[in-house]
Design a protein. Sequence first.
Length: 353
Amino acid sequence: MTRAPDDLREALLDWYAAYGRDLPMRRPDVAPWATLVFEVMSQQTPIPRVQPVWERWMRLWPEPADLAAASPADVLVEWGRLGYPSRALRLRDCAIAIAARPGGRVPADYEELLALPGIGPYTASALASFQFHARLPVLDTNVRRVLARVLDGAQFAPKSAPTRTETARAAALLPVDGADAARWNVAVMEFGALVCTQRSPSCDGCVLRGRCAWATAGFPEAPTRPRGQAWAGTDRQARGRVLAALRGLHEENRASSVPPARPSEEKGRSASPPSQSSEAASATGLSRVPGPAAGQPIGLSREEALRAATLPDADPAQAPRVLASLVADGLVAEDPAGLITLPGRSDAPGERG
Ligand code: SF4
């Protein structure tokens, strides 16, 4: 049951006006394409990790056509350590689809957004609301948790995808004006990220405490807690090591092909993310190798790739399974001679701006 929506909205919007972060990704002059990239990157990764990668992507690929023209290998290298790297390839597929549209622009309509590769209900509603001021609720995990606590008295939102009832209830809370609704969506999202967090909500002094059903009920504990994704020892960790090793080789190759910077260039260059090659090498036990001659593929032998995929005390079946899964997912390619590479050709991209 929705309680005192005007009162709730006013309290939360006032809080946002005072404490919301000035994130470059959320500024009004950010283009729809930049918002799309940010929303995909930030779905399973915290904003502080996303921001530098997003900023670099926007310099490299400021329009969908730019990313559409990039090689999958370069896209994966630039994805870095954001995790769930299939998202990077899906973003490229999305860029190709957008670039093929008339004008090469991100569509404004929710259904058209949803039809793009890799775009689900969350990203479509976020774009439609934030960029085009469609009056739609944007239900990410932070928003769902805030609404579950304030309105339902539940510690956590259901783990399943939002139901129609949940979506309709969130829609009923939206201000009438689309631009105001966008601001409300961002405000609730930010409140969930900074105040009403999953593990340690700051209930003392919370501006919604008097309106919060969970607080009023005495903070009853949920029978189960949402669990974070396991990492240590998992296939995800092993897959990440193979990709880190390949990224490291690409970065080594790129660094060896870049002429020394003139003094006037040093300042700008220092703003780029640090090379991850040393990190990748230490993570996998691989030694630094000289970059390949021009025109030669950049990759690992099958033996090196299996070594990179082998975690301490791992089941011997894990490394081959991990390598096969990376090939099946299109994240790496294996040629007939057993050379493991990132997919597609990679020419070191030139950075814009
Ligand atoms: S009182 Fe606590 S649980 Fe309720 S909205 Fe505020 S921070 Fe969230």
